[in-house]
Design a protein around this ligand. Structure first.
Ligand SMILES: Nc1ncnc2c1ncn2[C@@H]1O[C@H](COP(=O)(O)OP(=O)(O)O)[C@@H](O)[C@H]1O
Ligand SMILES: [Mg+2]
Length: 240
């Protein structure tokens, strides 16, 4: 088991974003995190990546408590994430953006540049290395988010709606990138709405609703669960 979330709760003012959430993530797994808008998916990522301190509960990476340590310590421990709204530095080049991530593991510019170059190659962005980030297409910007995260050499990668808004063809190439990431030994938790994309990719999914875990299971169980259909799937996905 790589990650364990135990009884995690977090409120913002009167809003209970996460309530008593518990689940585990196995090493090498791709875990889906699904649920309606406002269910608490991004808030949960914020706690796991250290940007937010939970009000209750704890998060363990390899048995070591990481909750409340802050984003730098969580990154050092091996957690990286992408953001639902891309956060690359527009005026910097693609290579420079990825070097920002690489500096988490490398002291010199030369080493960070070499590592960033490898990651760009892996993500299919090498031909764009010298371009300013703003000039990338939307799917390339998503790839750059992934590249920045991978440059920190994570053991666990959190993907927040990385494929949302892409065309089916673009989404399929994003799916291949996620498979390639996992093949490198990186464990993945992905938030995604397009069920046809998520379900074939994940071994299990955690379904959140109103901040709570509604159910955890394999895709074929999830799509048949009446509560999940009522709360989230509706006619979004028809089980075959
Ligand atoms: N920093 C914050 N301040 C205030 N409310 C927040 C904050 N982060 C999340 N929330 C609230 O928590 C709830 C869950 O949000 P979020 O985790 O973004 O859901 P999801 O990603 O599943 O759409 C929402 O009601 C949202 O408004
Ligand atoms: Mg969200």
């Amino acid at each position: 088991m790589l990650l364990e979330v135990r009884g995690l709760s977090k409120s913002f003012g009167g809003v209970a974003a996460n309530v008593d959430i518990s689940f585990v993530v196995e090493q090498g797994e791709i875990l889906g995190l699904i649920g309606p808008n406002g269910a608490g998916k991004t808030s949960l990522f914020n706690s796991i990546s250290g940007e937010v301190t939970p009000d209750a509960g704890e998060i363990l990476l390899d048995g070591r408590r990481i909750s409340g340590l802050g984003p730098v310590a969580c990154a050092e421990a091996g957690i990286a994430r992408t953001f639902q709204v891309v956060r690359s530095f527009d005026s910097m080049t693609v290579l420079e953006n990825v070097m920002v991530g690489a500096f988490a593991r490398h002291r010199t510019s030369r080493a960070a540049m070499a590592a960033a170059g490898d990651v760009l190659e892996f993500c299919g962005l090498a031909p764009r290395a010298g371009r300013p980030a703003w000039s990338l297409s939307p799917p390339e910007k998503r790839r750059l988010e992934v590249a920045r995260a991978l440059a920190t050499q994570p053991r666990l990668l959190l993907l927040d709606e990385m494929l949302t808004g892409l065309t089916p063809t673009e989404a399929q190439s994003g799916v291949q990138l996620i498979r390639d990431v996992r093949a490198r030994g990186v464990t993945v938790i992905m938030v995604e709405h397009v069920m046809e994309v998520v379900l074939p990719l994940v071994g299990r999914a955690v379904v959140l609703n109103l901040g709570r875990v509604l159910t955890i299971g394999r895709p074929e169980e999830i799509v048949k669960n009446p509560e999940v259909i009522r709360a989230y799937l509706g006619d979004r996905y028809v089980a075959h």
